[in-house]
Design a protein around this ligand. Structure first.
Ligand SMILES: NC(=O)c1ccc[n+]([C@@H]2O[C@H](COP(=O)([O-])OP(=O)(O)OC[C@H]3O[C@@H](n4cnc5c(N)ncnc54)[C@H](OP(=O)(O)O)[C@@H]3O)[C@@H](O)[C@H]2O)c1
Length: 285
């Protein structure tokens, strides 16, 4: 039987309700996140299946493809039925480099591009992909604040930021989410997660299953065996259990993996399992 999204909900900025287990659309693109995938229809089927299973929070970015991920989302499903979180602030060149580009003029250009590609009047959640060393952080954030005031975007998010940058951004605009790398094996941004909890901000852990490389860790495997689950499912279940504000966005181009990831939202860890898993990061580094 097909799984359903049992991850519970979170209210972005206290007003836009999404299911906590979302979907990351970066992996829909071709190799190295450049260009289209070999089978576009299959990629679109994954998106529609995610929505059918109850996923209503989808993360993407202008630089995925570039443009390919946003286009496929629009072609795959009715983007007005789901909350789409996109980003600007990084360029993807054909050599596969991610280049910072978060000056206000560029952000203002990209919001129009993304709005058109996604087929929406205003973007549900618009995230600064990364602070740009060549642009004062305040200038980038102010551009997002202005876009919100002008009705181009509904909610503002940040990505790849420190607690200090989160605090600074909050002086300029309400921040709905922070998206940083985080998973059961890598908890370097625990301080940012704690700050998000304090402020009621959604924390989107990217690389939630360490890009499919969570394996070979005895504790995770033992817990997985006890639940007749995979280690990836346990990594997702732990993220959902760890904090009420986590919004994991596992990415996949596979229907089987999608179903597996959604089914992880039904796994309930015991206190002992949760604690054993919580201790891995400090013991594995
Ligand atoms: N803000 C940022 O700077 C930033 C950076 C990176 C990513 N992101 C966002 O975060 C999302 C997730 O990150 P991610 O895709 O890099 O990492 P991830 O979700 O941890 O891992 C995705 C990888 O794991 C594989 N996978 C997925 N489910 C699996 C399963 N059940 N069993 C085995 N393998 C599985 C996928 O391959 P298959 O296709 O074969 O399933 C894919 O290669 C992205 O889609 C993107 O939206 C944001």
């Amino acid at each position: 039987m097909a799984p359903t999204n049992e991850s519970g909900t979170f209210d972005l900025d206290g007003e836009l309700t999404v299911h906590r287990l979302g979907f990351g659309a970066m992996r829909l693109c071709g190799e190295d996140i450049i260009g289209p995938p070999d089978d576009e229809q299959e990629a679109k089927n994954v998106v529609q299946e995610a929505v059918d299973l109850g996923v209503d929070f989808i993360d993407t970015a202008d630089s995925y493809g570039p443009g390919v991920s946003e286009r496929l989302l629009r072609e795959a499903t009715d983007t007005s039925d789901v909350t789409v979180a996109t980003k600007a602030g990084l360029l993807r060149n054909s050599d596969g480099e991610w280049l910072n580009h978060a000056d206000p003029d560029y952000i203002r250009n990209q919001v129009l591009v993304s709005r058109d590609r996604l087929g929406v009047d205003s973007i549900d959640l618009y995230q600064l992909h990364s602070p740009d060393p060549d642009t004062p952080f305040e200038d980038s954030v102010t551009a997002f604040a202005e876009l919100k005031d002008e009705g181009f975007i509904d909610h503002v998010g940040l990505s790849n930021v420190s607690v200090e940058q989160l605090e600074e951004a909050r002086n300029h605009v309400e921040i709905a989410t922070v998206q940083n790398e985080y998973n059961v094996l890598n908890r370097d941004h625990e301080d940012v997660l704690k700050a998000c909890e304090e402020y009621g901000i959604g924390f989107i852990p990217y690389f939630p299953i360490a890009a499919g490389s969570i394996s070979g860790v005895d504790v995770i495997q033992e817990v997985a065996d006890a639940h007749d689950a995979t280690v990836y499912q346990i990594a997702l279940a732990w993220l959902l259990e760890h904090s009420d504000v986590t919004l994991p966005i596992p990415g996949t181009a596979s229907l089987d993996h999608l179903e597996e990831n959604v089914a992880a939202s039904s796994i309930s860890l015991s206190n002992e399992e949760y604690t054993r898993l919580a201790e891995i990061a400090s013991t594995s580094s």
